[in-house]
Design a protein around this ligand. Sequence first.
Ligand code: CKU
Length: 603
Amino acid sequence: MEKGLLYPVINNYRSDEKMDGLWNFKFDPAYEGESKGWQNGFNDGVKMPVPASFNDFFTDKDAREYTGDFWYSKTFFVPEYFEGRDVQIRFGAATHRAVVYVNGQEIRSHEGGFLPFTAEVTNAVKFGEENIVSVKINNELHRDALPAGDTATLKNGKKMAKPFFDFYNYSGLNRSVHLLTVPKNGIYDYSTSYEVGDAEATVHYSIQADSGDDVKVSLINEDDQIVATGEGNTGDLKVDHPNLWNVRDAYLYTIKFELMNDGKIVDEYADQIGLRTIEIKGHEILVNHKSVYLRGFGRHEDSIYAGRGFDLNVERRDMNLMKWIGANSFRSSHYPYDEQVYKFADREGILVIDEVPAVGFKMAAASFLGGLNQSFFDGDWTHELYKKHLDQIIDMIKRDKNHPSVLAWSLFNEPDTSNESAVPYFEKLFAATADLDPEKRPRTFTLNEDDTYETSKCLKFPDFYLLNRYPGWYHKWGYEISDGEAGLRAELDEWQKSDIDKPIVFSEYGADTEPGLHKLPSIMWSEEYQIELLEMFDRVFDSYDFIRGEQPWNLADFQTVEGNMRVNGNKKGIFTRDRQPKAAAFYLKKRWTKLPLNYKAGK
Ligand code: CKU
């Protein structure tokens, strides 16, 4: 668990320098890096770009598939004028676990490949000199870690990742590394929550700092005017005639905190926030007390060459594609994304269902991935897994809680909930996470096809339901799709008859589609079939009032493990991996740009 995960800023009290670029890189298949002194740095590795996944740069398959320990190292200069401040190295993501050394000294370790962590290096660096940072990373998959999987050893001694999930195990320093200075005992976290009306809005704020005798707060509008001020570690800011943050119509205020000591400013932190509320009421998802119908995608951080390495250019394109097609939301399937993704979403007024990397918690979920027929939560790994799972939810909420775009927290993707053994795990996790978010956003998880209204033992936990359903693809496919539709309707009829009064969002459905493959009449994998499958689902969505969102799988094609179900990855993208439209994109654009934001409101 991190103390604070504020995004780096530069001001009179704080500095931020990116350490991105070329690092030295080395595989460590014999786990002997420390005994060879690699924590002190090395110069005989290959030059590796950061941020990026190492995998797809290599032309050699052993290197691309490499599973085990590997090292990154880089020299960096710490100027003398940094003295007197705290020096930190902040890693945006290291997949999946890391140990950080500075000048040979072990600083800290971290588990979890999709969230940031900060190495406090003040006492390890030499001021006015070159320093060396080395990071040992391990990308093995285990059942007691997130995302879940196994690591196999082949007969030739090579290790191989066996994910219980359907995305490639892209590894490395996938997000930017920052060299930061912050004031000693300064601000390390803040949070906000809101009450909004047309005439007035209230921002409840609280700020965490290690020192200071007072805090001054100001709220600044987009015209650079101060609209409210406050004092103290917690308090309320009242805004007359507020500009609310609305879906696809965002307005961002700047909140600025000044930490005071003896009448002098000793630290400052400013961030952009949006004034809005989120509630679930009956069948409705409400933003600013108004009903919102979600349309958008499940996504991945995935692109050619850099794999899961965060690329602002790809993200800009993805945001533009989502705006073009009329989307208003996405799920950060199946892990929290780079922080800049949420900044984009804040600015564009796009809602995010923020998901923790609790994926693969179902042995039989995807038999094509080598699933085993056993209940996941019966396993002896759940004790250790739970600790990591909770830790990552805590950090995800800590990191993302101040983004107006974040609509809800997804605590699992497709866990095995059809067995009673899941219930104690869910009870504990939902209780432990109830008060983490000062805004108390809804919590949810996606339900796999096997986990239905009739079979799931965990339906009481989510505030609204996310359904992943694949009739027309994984069953009742091709010419049988009409039976698939009938089956889907039969399941939804059960929900309708029940006394459950919560919205359902379809968080996955789709068909693998080879771009350029046309067939009349349609055949599976053709662009025509993808449209027919979407039309089938849309007919169903339009027939049930409690369905309050549609997020087909996936925004774009993405890389997976190789296998007899995948032709160079998962092709369920509405866009190709290089972000060009398949025919289905034009179909969805037509539907989504016509649907009102408050579709089905009041029903
Ligand atoms: C998607 C067994 C269904 C799993 N679901 C999760 C997602 O990660 C996969 O990519 C289905 C698919 O296309 O199989």
